[in-house]
Write a protein that binds this ligand. Structure first.
Ligand SMILES: C[S@@+](CC[C@H](N)C(=O)[O-])C[C@H]1O[C@@H](n2cnc3c(N)ncnc32)[C@H](O)[C@@H]1O
Length: 140
């Protein structure tokens, strides 16, 4: 299953970009990163069947193991692409929230979107490492 991270805003050369690159290299699953402007922009049509996940403060606070289980279930169920959307300063619209398969929160705090990009990449690496039995993740 292709993990497709679609994020608003330009990351350019920055500490966040270094973190994104670090985890991007380590994720063994097919991975694609698409950067959109703060507003507007278009994303190539997803492979079908696909799932849509929004990163959103109003989402579910999932453990890394739970995220891994969801990805495993979708992959094994024949889902070909999972799109993860990170919003810009104004976040996501209610229509976008209503249309998503899953909303994930990294706690109730509001984080800068570039940091969320790095955090999501780390969680995707962690989830895929859990599924691969890689020792990176040590359950608490
Ligand atoms: C600065 S935040 C936008 C805040 C905006 N006021 C809102 O209502 O969503 C930019 C993006 O970062 C991500 N983000 C920020 N905090 C988050 C959190 N706690 N959990 C998940 N994603 C978060 C979301 O994708 C959000 O759209």
């Amino acid at each position: 299953m292709l993990l497709h991270v679609i994020a608003r805003g330009k990351i350019a050369r920055s500490p966040e970009a270094e973190l994104v690159a670090r985890y991007e290299k380590r994720i063994a699953w097919p991975l694609k990163l698409t950067e959109l402007p703060e507003t507007g922009g278009r994303v190539a049509e997803a492979l079908t069947p696909c799932r849509t996940v929004l990163l959103d403060e109003k989402g579910k606070d999932l453990s890394s193991e739970h995220l891994a289980e969801i990805l495993e279930k979708w992959r094994d169920g024949g889902i070909r692409e999972c799109c993860f959307f990170i919003g810009a300063a104004d976040g996501h619209s209610q229509a976008e929230r209503d249309g998503a398969d899953l909303l994930i929160a990294f706690g109730k705090a509001t984080w800068p979107h570039l940091l969320v990009r790095a955090m999501l990449l780390e969680q995707l690496f962690r989830a895929t490492a859990i599924l691969a039995g890689h020792p990176y993740h040590r359950a608490g």
